[in-house]
Design a protein. Structure first.
Length: 229
């Protein structure tokens, strides 16, 4: 496994590659967690985390008393996705919080980000687009997370950055949640929204950067079935 990324994420990548290569076929039942953890030489908790990630992305589905299956896109279209943190936070709460936190991060970052940071944002957005075009959902979401995290970590308000980091798991899951319901036209719009955010940050236009990020998150929430007022 790749030591440069969290183990659960590396396992999810491996399983996604097995699905994309056809080693695991649509509709096929995945081996039990005990068997699969032994095959991949990973712990069962890390494997469970990977399977939860893939389920959010719409690549696998776990059925009670039956096991985990590779999703057949032709049969699974429009199937509702479970929000894995539902026992703690409503997904709408997360998107509302993202609008407040990330909008302000953009406002504060406009005009103060270094060229290196702006170049990193450009690179992340290009990777975001390229991975989507290749059907590599893991790399696509990783690039999306990198784009948003780079803005947060470059902010000159350390407390706001730490606040963002303290809820990273929730934020990351909210960025995966809409993927199965995202049509190509919406993804093209999302890529364009990233560019508008980056342009406003480059131009030092604080209000436009904030508004662009807020609109982007609102549109993303809509793909996850959440309407924000």
């Amino acid at each position: 496994m790749d030591n440069k990324v969290p183990l659960g994420q590396a396992i999810a990548r491996k399983l996604q590659d097995m699905i994309r290569s056809g080693e695991l076929q649509p509709g096929e039942k995945i081996p039990s967690q005990r068997v699969l953890s032994e095959q991949l030489k990973v712990s069962r908790p890390s494997l469970r985390e990977a399977l939860l990630t893939l389920e959010t992305l719409g690549l696998v589905r776990t059925l009670p008393a039956r096991g985990t299956f590779v999703v057949d896109p032709e049969e699974d279209s429009g199937t509702p996705r479970t929000w894995r943190y539902g026992d703690t936070y409503d997904i709408k709460d997360v998107f509302q919080s993202r609008i407040l936190i990330e909008g302000e991060l953009c406002r504060l970052g406009a005009g103060s980000l270094s060229e290196a940071t702006l170049d990193a944002l450009e690179s992340a957005n290009q990777a975001f687009e390229d991975a989507w075009n290749k059907g590599d959902l893991m790399a696509h979401v990783e690039a999306d997370l990198r784009f948003h995290r780079t803005i947060a970590e470059a902010c000159n308000n350390l407390m706001l950055t730490r606040l963002y980091q303290s809820v990273q798991d929730l934020l990351s899951e909210s960025q995966r949640q809409p993927i199965p319901n995202t049509e190509p036209a919406r993804m093209a719009q999302s890529i364009s929204e990233h560019r508008m955010i980056l342009d406003a940050l480059r131009q030092g236009d604080a209000d436009r950067a904030c508004q662009a990020m807020r609109q982007h998150i609102s549109n993303t929430a809509r793909c996850a079935g959440v309407e924000l007022s």
